[in-house]
Design a protein around this ligand. Structure first.
Ligand SMILES: [Mn+2]
Length: 330
């Protein structure tokens, strides 16, 4: 029996959905009776791949970085930073493999893979369209509102919470093939999915109430402090759910390993001129993107993080007031 090993972006809806769509495509177009094994990959400083795992008759990497190992026979990715080195990028360009594909313009790897499978291999499975659609929504963060992102009424959003939050390694090995058997709604009703979801939903509700109690919004800037709790990790849209008028949010939280200062901006409410949050965080030794950044402090440096939070809040409030100021007439 032909063995296929699929290496996918772990703890990610798009990664799991890509693995499922690849499986359906491979069975339809390459080998119907193939047997599949699924292996999650995570981003870390080094040792991304254990190449000793590339033992399948085919080894596919989906929604994750390129690996030039000759045993890797299929690759699909859409990440901006898809190559670990210039040499890897050069290897990809020179090899011109008809089974390796890259396009950073796609919002999700799942949609990219589905399009390549359709256009190059004639694979079209209408039953997969729901999965492809939601991979695009989740990976592209295309939620219509903070309420949609926080209340998670859509089955795909609850599945995302389970995929990102569960610690059981066998969960995704079971879920990926099940994507091909059930609608997302029916999948959500499976016992093992409910069991994984239940503690995560409970915690989500706790965080939702906690941030309601502890956040305040003034001059377009939402501030909250969870540093007295061991509670890093919460839905990043919660501040805008409680304060839709807020443009920026600043939160201090703590885990056993660090104190984190998160500086974000509201995807549904912008000013004509937004501050670059990565640039602000870099001044304090942090970083990120223009619209969301973070700064890490040592676990003991709570007061230092709080002081930085106050300074950044004052700076963003000044910026908000200046932007909200009506232009003087004449
Ligand atoms: Mn992705």
């Amino acid at each position: 029996m032909r063995q296929v090993r699929v290496f996918f972006h772990d703890k990610c809806f798009d990664g799991a959905a890509s693995a499922a769509v690849f499986t359906a495509f491979y069975r339809a177009k390459i080998a119907a009776g193939a047997e599949f094994g699924y292996f999650g990959l995570v981003h870390k400083a080094e040792g991304l791949f254990d190449t000793a795992e590339f033992t399948g008759d085919d080894n596919a990497i989906v929604d994750f970085k390129y690996n030039p190992d000759p045993r890797v026979t299929w690759w699909f990715d859409h990440h901006q930073s898809a190559f670990l080195s210039a040499a890897d990028a050069e290897h990809f360009r020179r090899e011109r493999s008809p089974q390796k594909f890259y396009d950073p313009d796609f919002r999700s790897c799942t949609a990219f893979l589905a399009q390549v499978a359709r256009e190059r291999f004639g694979f079209d499975e209408p039953g997969l369209r729901e999965l492809v659609h939601w991979a695009d929504v989740v990976d592209g963060a295309l939620f219509p509102s903070a309420a949609a992102a926080v209340e998670m009424r859509e089955p795909a959003l609850k599945l995302t919470l389970a995929i990102e939050g569960t610690r059981a390694p066998e969960f995704l090995r079971r879920l990926i093939p099940d994507f091909l058997r059930h609608s997302l709604d029916a999948l959500l009703r499976q016992d093992y999915v409910q069991a994984a979801l239940e503690p995560l939903l409970r915690r989500h509700q706790q965080m939702r109430e906690l941030i309601r109690e502890r956040s305040e919004c003034r001059d377009g800037v939402i501030v909250f402090d969870l540093a007295d709790l061991d509670y890093e990790g919460y839905n990043k849209f919660l501040p805008y759910y409680w304060h839709p008028e807020g443009v920026y949010s600043i939160g201090v939280s703590r885990s056993p390993f660090r104190v984190k200062l998160s500086v974000g901006s509201n995807p549904w409410h912008s000013l004509p001129r937004m501050e670059n949050l990565a640039a602000i965080c870099e001044r304090y030794g942090g970083g990120g993107h223009a619209r969301v950044g973070a700064i890490s402090f040592a676990p003991s440096a709570v007061e230092e993080a709080r002081a930085a939070a106050r300074e950044i809040a004052a700076e963003l409030r000044r910026s908000y007031r200046a932007a909200a100021q009506p232009t003087p007439a004449g």
